[in-house]
Design a protein around this ligand. Sequence first.
Ligand SMILES: *[C@@H]1O[C@H](CO)[C@@H](O)[C@H](O)[C@H]1NC(C)=O
Ligand SMILES: *[C@@H]1O[C@H](CO)[C@@H](O)[C@H](O)[C@H]1NC(C)=O
Ligand SMILES: *[C@@H]1O[C@H](CO)[C@@H](O)[C@H](O)[C@H]1NC(C)=O
Length: 349
Amino acid sequence: MKVTSIVAFSITLLASVVDSQKACNGYAEFCDKLYSEIAYVTTHNSYAAGKQPAANQNFNVSTQLKDGVRGLMLDSIYPDDNPNEMHLCHGNCRLFDAGSAVDTLTTIAGWLNENPNEVVTIIWENTAKVPTSAFNDVYTQSGLDKFGHVQGVGKGWPSLAKMIDSGKRLVNFINPPSDGSIPWLMSEFDYVFETPFENEDPNGWQCTIDRPKGKEQPLYVLNHFLYNNFLPSDNQIQLPQPGLANVTNSASLADHAKKCQQTFNKIPNFIAVDFYDKGGNDGQNVFSIAADLNSVKYNQTPLGDGTTNNNNGSNNEKAKSAAQPNGGLRNVYTLIGLASVGTYVMFVL
Ligand SMILES: *[C@@H]1O[C@H](CO)[C@@H](O)[C@H](O)[C@H]1NC(C)=O
Ligand SMILES: *[C@@H]1O[C@H](CO)[C@@H](O)[C@H](O)[C@H]1NC(C)=O
Ligand SMILES: *[C@@H]1O[C@H](CO)[C@@H](O)[C@H](O)[C@H]1NC(C)=O
């Protein structure tokens, strides 16, 4: 055997070893799955993080991404006092203003650059009808535009590995639709339907198609967050329910997801929650429930800033020791690969 063919063989073998270690969105099992076959932990009003009564999340978008959130729901608005700068606001910027959209998008772009094996989805609520050109501007300014995946309506989705290889790792949906001038800013309801989002009853979770009215689409959002009217009989101001997040985000969520899986004969793709870091005292949280839907093992990791308890008090120190870094396995694969090459070369020579 010629040296060149040994070298070629070794490279092929090494390449396949490298390939086998690759994880897509944290799991090797996801690489060959289609984008449409996966459940993604999604934060409702992702930008509305903090301690204010109108906040939907305890932790900001960079912490969310660090923790494994892969779907972000954002609302675009021009605040009254700044009609030229797109902000992320909760309906009305006086209720909650998370600042310039460029800032959050820059955070997302930085994270995508540092995490090349991750696919993320942004779902825009553009009820304020910010013009499409403004989206082009903020995506370009933040460096996010280069990641935009373009998907034909009604076409099969690529696998996560394909999206990662292409570098087009950001899926962008918008509702109401944009003017169509940006191919990667896709009309949400051409691809996705949603279960009802105005839930005030902790036992009232539905598996019905709320938007677009009665039209089933290949992907769907499972809306599973709880609101309460600020004033009884007034649904103008609705507030999230952090005090009930441990109940909302545990067995209640698992049951809702399973029920919808049966109803629609497919797993939900975007598990949209408030206070994503909170789970129940049954040990379940949105990440364990998503892992279950995806038929992968849940690798428990500390959530948030590492100082808060995520559920009933099972604390982060415990979570830390339960977390399984993948490095060990990866090194074993590499050693096996190198050893095989060595053995093969010795044998041939
Ligand atoms: C939620 O927390 C309350 C107290 O804060 C507790 O009584 C209840 O058992 C918890 N439920 C779940 C499902 O974790
Ligand atoms: C907290 O949840 C864990 C499971 O994650 C369980 O083993 C433990 O008994 C629970 N502790 C309390 C005080 O409920
Ligand atoms: C997000 O929150 C973390 C702490 O949870 C903080 O260290 C970080 O600076 C924050 N990032 C931004 C962009 O505000």
